[in-house]
Design a protein around this ligand. Structure first.
Ligand code: TNX
Length: 497
């Protein structure tokens, strides 16, 4: 059977003979008809008429699994029914990917698709700290990720190099600690109005925003604004080596950090004003965020005593839970016994099972929380593709496109099966990335692997869930990505036409 260039692969698809011919006058009607008309305009250059009784009919049924849809294309009509608004929109993205050239015109092959996501959480992360990206850039990335059926944007808003979100009750954070970025490049921050615009833009695609305030490490910038709240930097040999390798200065408490070592900063843990600060910051963050999740970090506290770390993570997750949000933490925090019940763990280990990491990850489902999977040697999109790649980092090795596709959520971590997995997230750290073009290059096409692994059924018994099919479909989708202006990388392994 021929594989249409649909990514992520639909759950069930039948392709028939014949096609629906798309002409400039083809009318589109029903809910979200304007969205489909705009998308068709991008591809064909003509905007169909909206309204009346269209030959292309869109509808929300209010029945069936959330985010699911049913798409039927015959020679005479196109019928798309979403269970809800998100499902209808996902069906539109599928329909748009199925449009193909036919002679001088355009057509959609006759087909029948029933589709629904495998996992509820399908995310991507942007680090706006190491380098800052403005609202317009973030919105563009939302547009692109949404079209791959991703539904969560994790924003990494604070780190050693800067504080990127205005906090009204703690104005010094952005006044003093947002001006610079990695390597002394200029920084920036989101006002609360900017953040609200991002949240609203994401919501217009039924995408949630997951804000991250990284704690108790990765907090050098807090000390630039409020020196009383942080310890002196921990100068380990490893840390000095990274400063040496990547350039920049050794961080000095109270001065902006322009280098990219990790693990040297920490909040003062046995100090009550730290928790007053966190109540203010996280209170505002929770109030600004309609989504259910607030990320509080917990990664790479290399100089922190394990008992202090556990005490801190217990308090901060309890604080977030008290604000009515579900805390999310990086997997290291699984070591803390008293985490708030239901805390979600984000795994960023490697695909080769490391028993110590797996043991930390398993603690989350044991305490009623799900696990979000971000295996670094597969979907850390800041990893270099290969030795010819000028951008990005290599600590998890080179990550080819094929490798990004080569894993499955249900078998990644010993003792964590399908039911414990909340979903998949592809992070893009930005130490070495400074523009939308560079982000595009690193994210596309590997973000498509994350999208398919998060949405499509498990490979067993699904003919499209193979590397050969996926790479073929990527080649087929390239013209659409070009029409959408995505500066994707023509990664080896795909027969890009
Ligand atoms: C590890 S992943 C980090 C980040 C770096 C990233 C670079 C994680 C939880 N921490 O601080 O930016 O590697 O790839």
């Amino acid at each position: 059977m021929q594989h249409l260039p649909l990514i992520p692969a639909p759950t069930r698809i039948e392709i028939a003979d014949g096609a629906f011919r798309l002409v400039a006058t083809t009318p589109v009607s029903g809910e979200l008809a304007d969205l489909l008309a705009d998308e068709l305009h991008t591809i064909t250059g003509a905007r169909p008429h909206v309204g009346g009784h269209g030959k292309i009919r869109l509808r929300i049924s209010g029945e069936g699994r959330s985010e699911s849809y049913h798409l039927t294309v015959t020679e005479h009509r196109v019928t798309l029914t979403g269970a809800d608004r998100a499902g209808l929109r996902y069906g539109i993205w599928t329909l748009v990917q199925a449009v193909r050239r036919s002679g001088e015109g355009w057509e959609i092959p006759a087909l029948d698709i029933h589709d629904a996501p495998r996992f509820a959480y399908r995310g991507f992360m942007i680090d706006v700290v190491r380098h800052f990206f403005d609202v317009a850039t973030v919105e563009t990335l939302i547009d692109r990720a949404a079209r791959l059926k991703l539904n969560a944007l994790h924003l990494h808003l604070s780190d050693d190099q800067g504080w990127r979100l205005e906090i009204a009750s703690r104005p010094e954070l952005t006044a003093k600690a947002s001006g610079t970025a990695a390597f002394g490049d200029s920084g920036g921050h989101f006002t609360q109005a900017d953040y609200a615009r991002i949240v609203a833009h994401a919501a217009s695609y039924d995408m949630i925003v997951v804000p991250e305030i990284d704690l108790p490490g990765h907090t050098h910038a807090v000390g630039v604004a409020y020196p009383d709240l942080v310890e002196e930097p921990v100068l380990t040999r490893e840390m000095l080596d990274t400063v040496e390798a990547f350039g920049g200065d050794v961080p000095v408490k109270g001065e902006p950090c322009t280098s990219i070592p990790v693990g040297f900063s920490q909040l003062r843990i046995h100090h009550e004003p730290t928790y007053d600060f966190l109540a203010d910051v996280l209170g505002e963050v929770a109030a600004l965020t309609p989504g259910p999740l607030v990320h509080v970090g917990g990664d790479e506290c290399l100089g922190t005593d394990p008992a202090d770390f556990a005490y801190f993570m217990e308090r901060v997750t309890t604080l977030v839970a008290g604000l009515g949000k579900t805390p999310v933490v990086w997997h290291e925090a699984g070591a803390a016994e008293g985490l708030a019940r239901g805390t979600v763990g984000q795994f960023w280990g490697l695909r080769s099972n490391d028993e110590q990491v797996a043991a930390k990850a398993r603690t989350f489902p044991e305490r009623g929380g799900g696990v979000i999977l971000s295996p670094a040697d597969a979907i850390y999109l800041d990893m270099k593709y290969d030795e010819d790649e000028p951008l990005g980092l290599t600590w998890a090795g080179f990550v080819s496109l094929e490798q990004s596709y080569d894993w499955d959520p249900a078998t990644l971590i010993d003792g964590i099966g399908e039911d414990a997995v909340l979903g998949v997230e592809a992070p893009t750290w930005t130490e070495k990335l400074t523009s939308l073009e560079e982000l595009d290059h690193m994210m596309f096409p590997r973000i498509a692997s994350a999208a398919e692994i998060g949405w499509s059924p498990a490979p067993e018994g699904h003919a499209w869930r193979t590397w050969t099919s996926f790479s073929g479909r990527l080649a087929g989708i390239a013209p659409l990505w070009e029409a959408q202006g995505i500066a994707f990388h023509r990664a080896p392994g795909v027969d890009w036409r």
